[in-house]
Each structure stands twice: as C-alpha cells, then as structure tokens.
Design a protein around this ligand. Structure first.
Ligand code: RM4
Ligand code: MN
Ligand code: MN
Length: 350
C-alpha cells in the first residue's frame, strides 16, 4: 500500500519507432487529456498518484490542473534532444552559444518545477559522438560538468537533480553519460542532491542491474527509476513483461527504502492506458513478492538455501492480495475490466 508510482505524461500520447507512428483512437489531444489518462490509471490502481512531465511538450500546464485531477506533479523532464541546434550535443556542444541555450532550458525547468511543486528535475542527455575523432571526449565532459554545476547551483533546497545514463542511441560511438559510473561521478562532483536515475532499458546485455541498485543505494545516490522492459535495447515495453524476475530482484534490493519510481515507456502497438495500468499492476506484484522474502532466514541460509528462499517468494501468486490491496485503497480489484468504460468514452469524445 506504500507504493507510489509516477506515470509519464509522454507515455499517453502517440509514439512510434523510426519507421512509423500509429495513431490510437482516443489518444489525448493535449496535456490536460494526458493528465486525465494518468488520473484514470491512479483511480484504477490506487498507487499512481503522480504524473511526470516533459518540457516543452507539456508547456502551459498549471499545478492546479494536476491537483484538480487528484494527482501531484512528479519529476520535471527537460528536452535537450529535439532542437536542431542539439545535433552535435547540448551541454557538451563545442559551441558555447548552444551550451548556453541548453543550460538556460535546464534553468527554466528549475523554475517550472518550483511553480508546479515538483521536487526533482530528471535529466537525460542524448549527447554523444558517432565517430572516433569527431570531438574530444574529455573536453565534452568538462563542458557538461560546467553547465550542470550552474544548474545545480540554482536548485532550491527541496529539488534534486536526477542524472540518467544510457550506453548508446542516438549516439553510436561515445555517449557522454553512458553508464552508472559516469553518472555517479558527475553527481559526486555536483553535490549531494544530484543522484543517479536507473532506466531499466539503458544497459548493455548481461548487466546486473540489481547490483547497480544495491551499490547506488549504499552510496545514497539512487535517485530513482525509469521502469520499462526490454529484450534488446531501449525497447520501452511494459515493465515486467519480458523479465519479471529481474524486476523482483530490483525490489528485493530496494527493501523498504523506495526512491522515486517512475514509468518511462513508449507503447506503439498496445493500447496506451491499458498498458500503463498493467505496468502499475506488475510493479505492485513485484514489490509485494519482494516483501515476502524471509530476510532473517536468508541471513542464515547456505548457497542454494538462500536461492530457494528468494524463489519461494518469487513463485508466490500475489495477485489475490494485490487485488485486495487495491480494493482497500478504494481502487479497482480488476483494473483492466474496470478500465473499459473510460476507454469507450475517450474514443468517442476525442
Ligand atoms: C530517452 C530516455 C528519457 C526519456 C526520453 C523520451 O530514451 O529514456 O528518460 O525522457 O527517452
Ligand atoms: Mn528514461
Ligand atoms: Mn529510454
């Protein structure tokens, strides 16, 4: 019942691949309708009380718009990846004029977060190079740190700067914040309210994400998550759909101290609101299973005994208890069934 998930405004609008975007019937026409969808996900699941916003995509939204719908504003996300000026980078760009523009956008997002009552700016950089020799890697990092230090200095005390990493895409040779280590070192330079954000789709194959979680948590630098699932790379599929055991192990490492938990998904062929509801339910179940682990017995167990204790918890069917939990929160026992009238209405109205 303690679980609180932020759903992303950008996860409700149309999205696509590099090949095509398929429009969905009932898709939101503006930011207010995206927030309506987020409110419906919360109404049905009981544990999605915040909506993360992306600027300038959500430009113009007011705090009251969000609160009137029974939600609060989650993290504010700047956009440093679409303007043509950012072709060769944003805060790492060789041209100081472009770096100024990027830094000003981040500073504007600090003000937006303040006005909306948000407690974090969540930064993802698309910056990187495609060819060896294209730019000087150390200089790019120095430029980035200078810009981020200016932003960090402008953060009010109640705001955190969350720093996301990603190994490749859109850059295919050297991404400027490619892994948890690059992000952590940047955060340590900036200050204690700079923390690393772990997006489950942003790792190379074989990476032990739960170990990264344990390490960042021990350093008090785990700022939060972008939940999704992947088979190959940044696939942005429904969290828990491909690798539910990994999700369970992440919640096991988190234990009782839950950081900011945000969904970051792009549903291209599946129904948007339904996919978001399923994602929240998968998070509820993974969290519930992790709570079942007998930690006292685990501390005493031998090699395979410990493994068995984890599997006992993972193999428990917690769906009835999660349905009961939702009911006691005033949400839906069967959210997918109860979603249908809302979908019929938005398809007709929009
Ligand atoms: C990126 C990254 C960011 C998200 C954008 C839209 O791959 O995951 O968090 O804001 O996509
Ligand atoms: Mn992300
Ligand atoms: Mn991503």
């Amino acid at each position: 019942m303690r679980l609180e998930i932020e759903t992303p405004s950008w996860g409700y609008g149309d999205s696509g691949t590099r090949f095509a975007t398929f429009q969905q019937a009932g898709r939101p026409r503006d930011v207010l309708e995206r927030i309506d969808d987020a409110a419906e996900v919360h109404r049905l699941t009981g544990t999605a009380p915040a909506v993360a916003l992306h600027f300038p995509w959500d430009q113009g939204v007011q705090r009251a718009d969000v609160e009137q719908r029974g939600l609060r504003v989650g993290a504010v996300n700047p956009n440093l990846f679409q303007d043509p000026d950012y072709k060769l980078g944003s805060v790492t760009h060789p041209d100081p004029g472009v770096r100024r523009k990027a830094t000003d956008h981040l500073l504007e997002c600090v003000e937006i977060a303040t006005a909306l009552g948000s407690t974090a700016q969540s930064l993802w950089l698309a910056d990187g190079t495609n060819y060896p020799g294209q730019d000087d890697l150390a200089s790019r990092r120095a430029r980035m740190l200078e810009c981020l230090a200016e932003v960090y200095a402008a953060l009010p005390a109640e705001q955190e700067l969350l720093v996301e990493y990603k190994p490749f895409e859109p850059a295919f040779y050297a991404t400027d914040l490619a892994d948890w280590g690059s992000a952590l070192l940047a955060c340590q330079r900036l200050g204690e309210r700079a923390k690393v954000l772990v997006d489950l789709g942003h790792h190379l194959h074989g990476t032990n994400i739960e170990q990264i979680v344990a390490l960042l948590r021990a350093e008090d630098r785990l700022g939060g998550f972008h939940f999704n699932n992947r088979k190959y790379a940044d696939d942005d599929l429904i969290v828990g759909s491909v690798n539910p055991f990994e999700l369970f192990l992440i919640f096991f490492e988190l234990g009782d101290s839950l950081p900011r938990l945000t969904i970051d998904q792009a549903h291209n062929v599946e129904a948007k609101v339904e996919a978001m509801v399923l994602s929240v339910m998968n998070l509820q179940e993974a969290h519930a299973k992790a709570q079942l682990v007998d930690r006292a017995a685990l501390a005493e167990a031998d090699v395979l005994g410990g493994h068995e204790i984890l599997l006992d918890a993972y193999k428990t069917d917690v769906r009835p208890q999660c349905a009961e939990m939702r009911r006691s929160l005033g949400a839906a026992e069967d959210p997918i069934a109860e979603l249908r009238p809302y979908v019929e209405r938005i398809v007709a109205e929009r």
